[in-house]
Ligand binder design. Structure first.
Ligand code: ATP
Ligand code: MG
Length: 208
């Protein structure tokens, strides 16, 4: 089991967002999570990705119980995160953004590795362009290439095709599903969700 979450509860002030979500995913397994806007999908991914703490519940990543002291290291080694709002570093080029996880992990990296990742999302030609001048869809694809940088076993993707045209959306969806990695995919695209091994819906704070 690459990730196991048990009974995750999360409230913001008096808004209950997650009221006991359990989920587990094995290496290579793909899970689609759908649900209406505001149901807590991003919140759940942030918690699974160690970016936010739950009020209660437990998470195990790669067999290790998650804690404040190991969260950063585990995240860096195990998880590639594709954010709904991309979270690119605006003044850095597409290539620099893609290679950022390797820099953070102090890994040896080469320009050609980054270019290869950009080529996989059809953006090699934008390598030296700063993120701030890229279009929404281009940013989304840079974010996807960045998530693959450290070759993590688990990808958490928050509506990764939400800002792409049909053709690019299809390409990106296929790319994510062909990675042979564990993938938790939040999406509103029913066709893409249907291609995952498992489909679930987040509703009223529960995963069904
Ligand atoms: N930091 C925060 N403080 C207060 N409320 C928050 C915070 N983050 C999220 N929320 C609220 O929690 C609820 C769930 O938000 P979340 O972003 O997880 O929804 P979502 O399912 O991802 O929606 P969408 O499909 O629109 O992206 C929303 O009502 C949101 O306003
Ligand atoms: Mg969201």
């Amino acid at each position: 089991m690459i990730l196991q979450a048990k009974n995750i509860v999360k409230c913001y002030d008096n808004l209950s967002v997650l009221s006991g979500v359990s989920l587990s995913i094995e290496a290579g397994q793909t899970i689609a999570i759908c649900g209406r806007s505001g149901e807590g999908k991003t919140t759940l991914l942030h918690i699974l990705g160690t970016l936010e703490e739950p009020d209660s519940g437990e998470i195990e990543l790669a067999g290790m119980r998650l804690s404040r002291s190991n969260a950063k290291e585990l995240r860096n080694q195990q998880i590639g995160f594709i954010f709904q709002s991309y979270n690119l570093l605006e003044d850095f080029t597409a290539l620099e953004n893609v290679l950022m996880p390797a820099r953070i992990a102090r890994k040896q990296i080469t320009r050609s590795m980054g270019l290869e990742l950009l080529a996989r999302v059809g953006l090699e030609h934008k390598c030296d362009v700063p993120a701030k001048v890229l279009s929404g869809g281009e940013r989304q694809r840079v974010a996807i290439a960045r998530a693959l940088c450290n070759d993590p076993p688990l990808i958490l993707a928050d509506e990764p095709t939400g800002n792409l045209d049909r053709e690019n959306g299809k390409k990106v969806g296929e790319l994510l599903l062909q990675l042979n990695k564990a993938l938790i995919l939040v999406t509103h695209d029913a066709e893409l969700a249907a291609l995952c091994h498992t489909q679930s819906v987040l509703k009223d704070g529960k995963l069904i």
